[in-house]
Design a protein around this ligand. Structure first.
Ligand code: HEM
Ligand code: HEM
Length: 179
């Protein structure tokens, strides 16, 4: 069978860096909010979560800009059209949810008047006004959107593994480095 065309190296690098950081920052968030957790563990987790979230925001923005110019390679003809549509919708929802999570997290912290270590150290100004009600709204959005985000990540990884292990149609390999 012909091997389907791969994503470009920069698209792959951005995908795997984002995936790694997202798959680290979600457990970090859930752990840092566990009742009774020690401050000496909680504080570094908060610092990690907030600052990595900002990095994820930048990475997703870069990815979308790169993608606008470098279209994803076509899927092989063996993938039925409904699966192409579900995959495409899922990819857009993942981009949208990552942006919404990062922006709501940023708003929750800046409107709430909390430190945001890396950006503060670089002297980056805060465009968001100080407001407790805005911070509470952003917090509620951030807490709610984690459910669809986690569900769609599970669907995405499940589909990728289905292609890798069961269908073996080269779709999984499209995203592997060094191919
Ligand atoms: C795509 C990036 C992000 C993901 C996937 C993510 C995910 C999560 C998750 C799953 C939680 C637990 C929610 C809960 O149990 O209530 C959480 C909490 C939190 N996140 Fe994020 N987050 C992201 C970005 C950010 C950013 C950029 C910031 C701040 C700059 C941030 C700040 C926080 C804070 C402060 C909490 C605790 C909320 C509270 O006060 O209860 N997050 N995040
Ligand atoms: C072990 C984890 C993961 C695996 C094995 C994986 C695998 C893949 C594969 C094989 C593709 C290419 C699909 C195609 O050819 O149509 C892909 C695309 C994509 N992945 Fe992942 N992925 C993982 C984690 C993640 C995570 C955590 C996210 C974000 C939350 C993510 C977001 C995306 C997006 C948005 C695309 C679409 C790229 C585009 O065409 O714009 N992936 N992934």
């Amino acid at each position: 069978m012909m091997r389907p065309a791969s994503y470009k190296p920069l698209a792959k690098a951005l995908h795997w860096l984002t995936a790694l950081l997202v798959l680290l920052t979600i457990p970090a968030a859930l752990l840092m909010l566990t009742p009774g957790i020690e401050r000496s563990v909680q504080d570094p987790l908060f610092i990690f979560h907030k600052n990595i979230g900002v990095v994820i925001l930048v990475l997703v923005a870069l990815r979308l800009a790169y993608r606008a110019v470098n279209r994803p390679p076509p899927l092989p003809d063996s993938v039925p059209s409904w699966q192409r549509q579900v995959a495409s919708i899922n990819h857009w929802l993942l981009y949208g949810l990552l942006l919404a999570m990062a922006i709501s997290g940023y708003t929750r912290v800046t409107a709430g008047g909390f430190p945001l270590e890396a950006l503060d150290a670089m002297g980056v100004p805060r465009p968001v006004p100080r407001s407790d009600s805005l911070a509470e709204t952003a917090k509620a959005i951030h807490a709610t959107l984690r459910y669809p985000l986690i569900a769609l990540i599970v669907l995405h990884i499940g589909a990728a593994l289905h292609h890798a292990i069961i269908k073996r149609d080269g779709v999984f390999q499209r995203m592997l480095p060094f191919r």
